[in-house]
Design a protein. Sequence first.
Lengths: 111, 114
Amino acid sequence: DAGVTQSPTHLIKTRGQQVTLRCSPISGHKSVSWYQQVLGQGPQFIFQYYEKEERGRGNFPDRFSARQFPNYSSELNVNALLLGDSALYLCASSTGTGEAFFGQGTRLTVV
Amino acid sequence: GDSVTQMEGPVTLSEEAFLTINCTYTATGYPSLFWYVQYPGEGLQLLLKATKADDKGSNKGFEATYRKETTSFHLEKGSVQVSDSAVYFCALSEFTSNTGKLIFGQGTTLQVKP
């Protein structure tokens, strides 16, 4: 069975640009969560979506947004990129409140 | 708010040594507790979990016991291998939010030398 897939794997953007990251959950999983992992730190919760509705939001500015599609895949959008947005962005899928399975992540570098 | 604190690394051990990585938490209610492992260049993999007090999670020789009285969930392994070299994250699942949100510690790097 395919696990959680994220694309792209690596990305380089310039300050002020916008970026879209994509995530496909495990088949049958209706929940997708996004995390930001800055180098040397633990992941920080950004969003959770369940059945296409936002269920939770972490302490991130409005430049961060997300959505979930009818097939339960998800996109994370970040506008007006800052150097501090450089991080590994992780997507996790679950059945809802059960065990979370993580993808390999998207490494975003803002220059 | 809820939080997780792990011992700072890196932890450097020789092969077959005993491993302990300390983890303590602060939480409202009764969270579930997890250990995740991250190998270089990869995402997170669930190593083990415990959902209530006194539960012991175990996997691949690793163990951790949910201690409510000391608010701890220390990770142990009796004999480490070079292949165990990775970053280990302790995490809790917020009990009150019903979002499944995970709160992670800062991670502990383990280096095992032959």
